[in-house]
Design a protein around this ligand. Structure first.
Ligand SMILES: N[C@@H](CCC(=O)N[C@@H](CS)C(=O)NCC(=O)O)C(=O)O
Length: 206
């Protein structure tokens, strides 16, 4: 059984979406981030960085327990453990990695920066926040162009890259819709949103 330390942010939902889609059983330990539960000693023993998501799998590689952090690493771990959503063609697999890393770095990093500028930064600046919103829309625009004539981010089937990106799209749906356009991204997101595993993962902990 996997213990998952979780809060309902895009990074956390990536993992619940991946676990649900991969059919992996897990025990959810919900952390109240606003209440500072990520700084409690019992969680710091799991991830000294005090960041969720984090997992402890008592049946890791070689049957040994493993602790893992970073949502991207956990999603890929889930895909490899279940043998699902990992492209077999090496060229498709590296392209899945490419788009997974775009979600994990460019999109997640910028989206997280917007959250900090709007919520936790000591000073607010509309101009700086708008700058990062424009940057985030540029990254989503790159995905939109890539999805023209394609159903999935890599190859002709759903891969771990799609599981990575969807919660970021959902978190910034209002910004994307207000900007208008993004027809290919919106089509892809509608297909993702209709999947029972994605729905269950997005609702986890609610
Ligand atoms: N790159 C990491 C980011 C993890 C992260 O920043 N988690 C945030 C919530 S989305 C967190 O735990 N924040 C608690 C804090 O900053 O105290 C990942 O993808 O897992």
């Amino acid at each position: 059984m996997i213990d998952l330390y979780f809060a309902p942010t895009a990074n956390g939902q990536r993992v619940t979406v991946a676990f649900e889609e991969c059919g992996i059983a897990y025990r959810l330990h919900k952390l109240n981030l606003a209440g500072g539960e990520q700084h409690r000693p019992e969680f710091l023993r799991v991830n000294p960085a005090g960041l969720m998501p984090a997992i402890v799998d008592d049946d890791g590689p070689g049957g040994k327990p493993i602790t893992l952090t970073q949502s991207a690493a956990i999603v890929i771990y889930a895909a490899e453990k279940s043998g699902r959503f990992v492209p077999t063609d090496p060229a498709v697999r590296v392209h899945a990695l490419q788009w997974a890393m775009q979600a994990a770095s460019d999109i997640s990093g910028t989206s997280g920066t917007i959250f900090r500028l709007e919520v936790t930064a000591p000073e607010k600046s509309l101009a700086i926040t708008d700058y990062f919103k424009g940057r985030l829309l540029t990254f989503f625009g790159d995905v939109d162009r890539h999805l023209e004539g394609r159903a999935w981010l890599a190859g002709d089937a759903l891969s771990f890259a799609d599981l990575m990106l969807y919660p970021n799209f959902a978190a910034r749906r209002a910004l994307i819709e207000a900007a208008g356009g993004f027809p290919n991204l919106q089509r892809w997101a509608a297909v993702m949103a209709a999947r029972p595993g994605v729905q269950k993962g997005m609702a986890a902990g609610g």
